[in-house]
Design a protein around this ligand. Structure first.
Ligand SMILES: *Cc1c(COP(=O)(O)O)cnc(C)c1O
Length: 232
């Protein structure tokens, strides 16, 4: 299957699950996750309508950013971000999905201030995965969001999660539902640094369930580009 066919197929499924849950598919942004994929193939996704690209490593994001500068692309940092690398991407990304510590937020704030911009970020939550190193726990989420009010050059635009892989994605529906609940609760806190707009959840294996539970950003890699080759 070509990238175009894969995207057509995904869009059909996005439309079907939006309709099923009474939502407008146009409100759902599909990020093409281009990690490990070369820039030519990433560009094919852009040419087929997906102009939001997601990367989980700074070096790869910057390299593709440079190679695809003639394209109108919105870049998303979706992976774990090290503080010392914030400076390389701060002026290149539309949204940082993976803010999960005060010290990372502090660094993003500092670099954003130096560049005279407001960094748009999502808070990464860790729901239901005991083992995972990354993400803020539910019980700490509200306190964490509130604590970031002191950073004037950061705007919290929503939440993100990476759900654990489940053979049957119905088994992790509760995680997406919980995310939406926390999202609504944070919305209702009416904090000055928060403008709840995005709920980034759902990947190749589970995006339909995520949409049914309220995702408005889904991050799709494998279903667009095929299985990743990490050997290169
Ligand atoms: C790799 C990755 C994805 C895409 O995963 P697929 O299962 O290939 O769709 C989404 N989100 C994050 C954070 C990722 O690292």
């Amino acid at each position: 299957m070509s990238i175009k066919e894969n995207i057509d197929n995904i869009m059909k499924r996005v439309i079907a699950s939006s309709e099923k849950s009474g939502r407008d598919y146009k409100d759902i942004t599909v990020i093409a996750v281009s990690k490990t994929v070369d820039s030519q193939r990433a560009k094919e996704a852009v040419e087929n309508g997906l102009d939001n690209l997601g990367e989980n490593r700074v070096q790869e994001l910057v390299s593709k950013y440079e190679q695809l500068q003639d394209q109108d692309i919105k870049w998303h940092m979706i992976g774990h971000l090290q503080k010392n690398k914030v400076k390389y991407i701060i002026d290149k990304v539309e949204l940082i999905h993976s803010v999960e510590s005060d010290s990372l937020a502090e660094e993003i704030n500092k670099k954003a201030k130096q560049q005279g911009l407001i960094a748009k970020v999502l808070i990464e939550l860790n729901i239901g995965e005991e083992e995972s190193k990354f993400g803020v726990r539910e019980e700490d989420a509200y306190k964490f969001v509130k604590a970031l009010e002191k950073y004037e050059n950061i705007k919290i635009m929503g939440l993100m999660t990476v759900a654990p892989y489940a053979e049957n994605p119905e088994d992790i529906r509760w995680i997406f539902r919980k995310m939406k609940e926390i999202y609504n609760n944070i919305s209702n806190m009416n904090l000055s640094n928060v403008e709840m707009k995005y709920l980034s959840m759902g990947m190749t294996n589970d995006f339909e369930i995520a949409i049914e539970e309220g995702a408005n950003i889904i991050r799709i890699g494998t279903a667009i580009f095929g299985a990743r080759d990490y050997s290169k």
